[in-house]
Design a protein around this ligand. Structure first.
Ligand SMILES: [Fe+2]
Ligand SMILES: [Fe+2]
Length: 282
């Protein structure tokens, strides 16, 4: 199975960039399926039912949400009803919305997808993501390839979760920082340990990347207007962090799965052209 996973979609520039670039990306990678994080779709914060539909129409098959999952609370009924949109699994037991999804397409192996929220430098309180991932894995369908999103600020927490899930998940990918990292690779089997020697007795087949980057305007600060962020950071004075516009790109990874394991991972960036549709329509 050939999979595209897209970084956080930020505001209208992100949605337009995905709408413009995804058909060619799907073709280039002969992708069977596209997953994206959509937590920043509505003007940089949250997702609405209308934008959820718009992103499906743009060619995305399934979406995840991170710490901004409830910022537009009109998404909550959708989050409870549909089978291709999830929020992080390690929130309060009272938190609403689906926490995992099984994606099944005819003729392809099924995928079991869930998101864990990091605890380091994150403002949204969350339960232990390591224990949460273990609990989710214990209920995964036996024949499904497991895809885990680590929505977290700290690279250390993401890398640690990569090793923790090594050999048990087909893909562990990071989101939230909106900055693409260049560490996409297949992890070697096991967990490196100087005392025990390299334990490579089992596992393997886990593709890992610390952060996908984003689908949105690169000429800004994580998708927000650089002038506003600079004003705030240099003066301590409030400034509205509107979504930036310049240099919209689509960033993510291509992953090839063979059964329940990954056999390849590659980062990509597609630069959108704001002079072409749909940017210049209407
Ligand atoms: Fe984000
Ligand atoms: Fe986030």
């Amino acid at each position: 199975m050939r999979l595209l996973i897209l970084g956080d979609i930020v505001g209208d520039p992100g949605i337009l960039a995905v709408t413009q670039q995804l058909p060619a990306l799907r073709q280039r990678y002969r992708a069977d399926l596209v997953i994206a994080n959509a937590e920043n779709a509505h003007q940089g914060t949250g997702l609405t039912p209308n934008l959820y539909k718009k992103l499906l129409a743009a060619g995305i098959d399934a979406m995840t949400l991170g710490d901004h999952c409830y910022k537009k609370n009109q998404i909550i009924p959708t989050l409870q009803q549909v089978d291709n949109l999830i929020r992080p699994c390690n929130l309060s037991a009272q938190a609403l919305g689906r926490t995992s999804m099984v994606i099944q397409k005819e003729g392809l192996a099924s995928l079991y997808v869930f998101t864990v929220l990091g605890r380091l430098m994150m403002s949204m309180p969350a339960n232990d993501p390591f224990a949460a991932a273990d609990a989710m894995l214990s209920t995964a369908p036996r024949d499904a390839a497991v895809i885990v999103e680590v929505h977290a600020e700290a690279t250390s927490e993401k890398v640690a979760l990569g090793w923790h899930l090594n050999g048990r998940a087909a893909v562990v990918f990071g989101t939230h920082t909106h900055i693409s990292t260049r560490d996409a690779r297949l992890l070697p089997p096991g967990i490196p340990s100087p005392e025990a020697g390299w334990d490579n007795s089992g596992g393997g087949g886990t593709a890992y990347v610390s952060d996908l980057g984003m689908c949105g305007p690169i000429d800004g600060v994580l998708g927000r207007r650089a002038d506003r962020v600079l004003k705030h950071m240099t003066s301590n004075m409030p400034a509205p962090f509107d979504v930036a516009e310049g240099n919209p790109q689509v960033q993510g990874v291509f992953v090839e799965l063979s059964g329940r394991c990954a056999s390849a991972i590659e980062s990509f960036t597609a630069v959108a052209d704001p002079a072409q549709p749909p940017f210049c329509e209407g």
